[in-house]
Design a protein. Sequence first.
Length: 441
Amino acid sequence: MSSASSSSVAPPSLPGDPPGGRRAMFVWGVGVSVYFVAIIFRTSLGVAGLDAADRFHVNASALSTFSILQLLVYAGMQIPVGLMVDRLGTKKVLTMGAVLFTLGQLGFAFSPSYGTALLSRALLGCGDAMTFISVLRLGGRWFPARRGPFVGQMAGLVGMAGNLVSTLVIARLLHGVGWTWAFAGSSMAGVLVLVVMLVFLKDHPQGHEPPPLPASHRGAAFVRRQIAETWREPGSRLGMWVHFTTQFPAQVFLLLWGMPFLVEAQGLSRGTAGEILTLVVLSNMAVGLVYGQIIARHHAARIPLVLGTVLAAALLWGLTLSWPAEHTPMAVLCALAVVLGACGPASMVGFDFARPANPPARQGTASGIVNMGGFTASMTALFAVGVLLDATGDNYRVAFCVIFALQALGVSQILRLRARTARRERERHVASPVKTVHVPV
């Protein structure tokens, strides 16, 4: 790496960079509010898993299908959404997303059967899929490139704040006003952010309009070429595997299986289990700020942070599942929650590999490929845990071992691609992509 790579002094913005400033923060905040609400809706099932099993009279495998279908739709939409963002812009895609995830949450509130509830979660997943990539593109349009890591980690932090709302608010609503009013009432947040976005959101600052797409950038042939060229970059693939390996342990815990594990296997009350889930979220928010600053200052810290987080998660899961007594001590469960909180910020590092590997016209597609990794792993793990729970009579120690298999697969791919990606970054000798990754805010 060049000496600029490890510098702790921020260089000036690059020519043509957006100006940033208060206006950028306001517009970006509007876009992030849509993502915030999407996360509330996405994770609301995590605190309602036991209620959903009772309401729809389903077993563990059927319960996991809610989250699996939602994530299947989410993961499958990532590349199409990336292409849509590159072509249509942020506002149109976010608008479609807000409409869909609001309808999905409202439909879930009034679903009379398991089948209609599944369709509602699929609709929610489709809308949710349109939010994060759009927010990343919005940040790229409004802030200088050197702020990329900070903006990305802040988006992740705001998303975890949405998770915190699910844990603290929706959980209480469920036991206060009941299933229908809890989910129907929360869906009104989607209506609110949709109105605010339509009024205030702008795709880019004045004077920084992207050039019009040439006629050659249309049609199926261009789409195939766009995906192929993005995939060909080792940074895109490394980013996907980083996201795959780091995100899913926390997602499995927060989206569905954390509450049942803590209540049924560890003997905790729902209130105490909710506090453990809250600790995961708070840890994520704190670690996100730290990781963002470390990566901003030290380019070489990306892989060590990723592998260190994966190792810590594996060790704490191993300790939790192998504890000789029936119930794992609270101190170990709290340590596991803190480490799981670091998984989200570590997964954001994947975007910092893909971003410098691709030109602006492919940023949405690249983000889609990266984002697909973690949600594919999460979907696989959610399904495998549900199947193993049914097969073993709710033996969580066996079921959660699937985490180690997926981590091993992901780490092997990270180790395979890291040298190739570093060599490719050195070969470019382009200042802007490198500074995008590791220059401090």
